[in-house]
Design a protein around this ligand. Sequence first.
Ligand SMILES: [Zn+2]
Length: 135
Amino acid sequence: MPRPKKKRKIKSPPKMLGFKPFGIKFCNSSHISLQYEEYESVKLVIYDKLSQDTAAEMMEVSRPTLTRIYNSALKKIAEAFVEGKSILIKGGDFEFGKEWYKCKKCFKLIETTIGTTSCVDCLTSSKNELISLND
Ligand SMILES: [Zn+2]
């Protein structure tokens, strides 16, 4: 029996849903999908300046897996950058350490412990105004 694929750990979701280039007309066919774990690998290795070994530990994957995810992310970002494509951050095989919501009104990311689901910024507390990022 194949071993069930382990989910990659992501500390916190990105602040945005993606990126759009300036001076390029947006059309649906010209976007690249960047998976959440690809975003996380670039954040840990380049932005947080961690070694790939440390990043692999944090995401609970092997070092070769981390390198594969990271290289795939860089390739996609370079393609978007050079070809003027937009990037949508979505999908992947991951789980957050905590529950995260995004406020539909002000787009703020909200980290919750069970029971508290109101936006600290615009004070909206309607469940319909908060999108769960864990689903
Ligand atoms: Zn809000």
